[in-house]
Ligand binder design. Sequence first.
Ligand code: FAD
Length: 398
Amino acid sequence: MIGSVTVVGASLAGLSTARALRAQGYQGRLTVVGAEQHPPYDRPPLSKEYLAGTLDRAELDLLTPEDDALAADWLLGRTATGLDTDERAVVLDGGERLVSDAVVIATGARARQLPGPALAGVHTVRTVDDATALRAELVPGARLVLIGGGFIGAEIASTASDLGVDVVVVEAMGVPLAEPLGTEIGQACAALHAEHGVRLITGVPVQRVLGADGGAGRVRAVQLADGRELPADVVVVGIGATPCVEWLAGSGLAVDAVSGGVRTDAYCATEVPGVVAVGDCASAYRRCAGGPTRLEHWTNALKHPAAAAATLLGAPAAPSADHEVPYFWSDQYGARLQFAGHRLHGDQVEITEGDVDAGNFLAVYRRGGELVAVFAMNRPKPFVRWRRELASRATAAA
Ligand code: FAD
């Protein structure tokens, strides 16, 4: 029986774990530590509606009046700097130690930065403060260079171009999104840029970002490895995210060498009893992937915490990662992209309905003839049917 839980990370995964603990009957002390000053808020709109100015700050809030019943102590603006697993003590900036029976690691990820000095006009987008700062610079006619053609980069490109910004996307790989979706589907998504007047440069890495006034002033251009210079008033670096796990150094918890996430089993358990990890910072074992996988998906941060709570409370039939089919969506240029399942290099992809050129199609991925994933562009209803099919196969196999 546990009587005190400290959740580190006050965002979607931390809040979802707190809710799941209470929903599963936990009545003890609950403390939530968050490095940001803000109570939990939603991140997907930061590159979409909030950046576009069509969603207010208040609409991002995740806490509802019902969450008063969580009776949690919120320590916001406080950063965990260490974890002493012998005592299950979370060490805070300033040296304070929060000792509890269980610890939830929900510290998410931070935007990866380019090396070099920080220049005015160069942005990343992970927090609401980041998005607010970028939004102020997306004025009609501004020249934006987006470094990275992944999902968040593409969404920002789409939002900025709707705002009248002149956008160029630079992607080091030959085909954007080829890693998560495969070349064929990646190409279909990349075509959206050109169709909406956004220039896409692929297969060339960025050499450096150039500042005015001898280099240290406001950004003026992006230099590519082939020597080209792209003039820029604003630059967004969208080259992925790194899990926030540095505070766990020396704790003895295993961090996955590939993904950088805290390793857990399919039930969110680390090798230390009473310590679980959830959301973007966790690398959970998934049978469908054949090993640990770190997902940066909203739905994973929302749903997987139920398993973490059950693990901490010793619930007999906990749900596991193997019951959940990974799912994410992205909104770009008015198109809704959806993906469910797990793709590996070499999976066969087949367009089963619709028309790629019309931007309205559905594709399924198969491995050894077995359905493993589904992707849809602007085809939500059939996507739901395929996602259900994947879910029922996962449940049957779990
Ligand atoms: P986070 O949301 O990263 O929260 C972790 C929290 O922990 C942060 O508040 C951080 O400050 C705090 N923290 C970190 N270190 C410490 C520490 N040492 N001590 C205390 N606190 C700490 N997913 C989709 O599926 N579809 C989308 O369309 C989509 N769009 C996105 C758009 C943007 C711009 C971003 C940034 C993400 C998007 N995502 C999307 C991903 C989704 O938002 C994340 O998967 C989700 O936020 C993960 O939640 P989390 O709680 O695990 O981590």
